[in-house]
Design a protein around this ligand. Sequence first.
Ligand SMILES: [Mn+2]
Length: 430
Amino acid sequence: MTFAISADFIASENNKQEANLGDDYAALGRQLARRGIDIEAMTKRAMDYAVAVPTWGVGTGGTRFARFPGSGEPRNIHDKLADCGVIHQLARATPSVSPHFPWDKVSDYNALRQEAASYELGFDAVNSNTFQDQSGQANSYKFGSLTHADKGTRAQAVEHNIECIEIGAKLGSTALTVWIADGSNFPGQSNLNVAFDRYMQSLQAIYEKLPKNWLVFLEHKLYEPAFYSTVISDWGSNFMAAMELGPKARCLVDLGHHAPNTNIEQIVSRLIRAQKLAGFHFNDSKYGDDDLDSGSVDPFRLFLIFNELVDAEMRAAPGFSPAYMIDQSHNVTDPIESLIASAQEIVRAYVHASLVDRAALAAAQDKSDVMAGHRLIKQAFNTDVSPILAEARMRKGGAIDPLSVYRASGYRTAKAKERPVNGVASAGIV
Ligand SMILES: [Mn+2]
């Protein structure tokens, strides 16, 4: 019998804070009512919002310098599902996981689906991996995968993506996320035009294998591991590829995959307009693709992105149905704590954006009343919606204060005993 956090434990921890939450919730409710906002409607929105957790996110990440493993780390997909289950059990905002292959390979995917369901988890987009070599692999990805100069290597990478679709179909997924590390480190290393052509040919072969209700999410990345050029470097390249491929291809926005200070919310707005927004990989950054916890450095930027998303939702933008996922590397924190905190910050940004008085904002913009428009945005962002988030969690059976409950539960200590270190050092940043 492995350790699990009981519903009774969560309820008893909640008991200690329920009265204070009631006070705070009532006070916020009165404040919002003065602004013509029904707090119950906001709480319902918070309860309905969901973001996926990647299976690799519950493992400790690393950098290209070192990785410092934490105790009780998940050793396989079964441990990962248990950890993802705890995140959802406490924070109640992450009902699905995004698996990665071959890392999460098993022999029986029906059993894996049931195992996930036992934690109230489903499967989100499947992720392929052609950025590292696996043992026994015929061709190396050292110089690329879907765009490799060698035809056989490209075919191998295409086959792997098709296998991911087949596994995903068994798990109940309806999307494949493709990120490739292909690019070049030296001018002259590869022909920029030929590389893109090869990408299109490979993606076309994958696209043709997508089941009827499936989408393919194309992920761009400005740099790393290729530092001179990456084949799908920016949203322009991504958009070109998605347009050429067809309606099942959409552009994924990873917040860290842009040059510093890029106006990501404007990119989001454009992709919504073109009905090409696949969804998000949420994280935060200061200098580059830092993969820091969502909302930890620049919560205002996260809010501004959600401001575009809620705007699109409110005007029922055609084809608008983004997939939300967290994509972070947890190097110095307990990954479960980071993912709980990030999920909260993402729901917070969503509720903040939902508070924006859109009719007043449109009126201010029509009159070119700059400061009025800006104040409306700031008013929403500056509202402390913590009581709404806590109330939403509690009503769904989660914890009023998930991080404290997680720590008090002793989950990590129990897992450290159950999951002995196997001595195998795994990869760094993912
Ligand atoms: Mn990503």
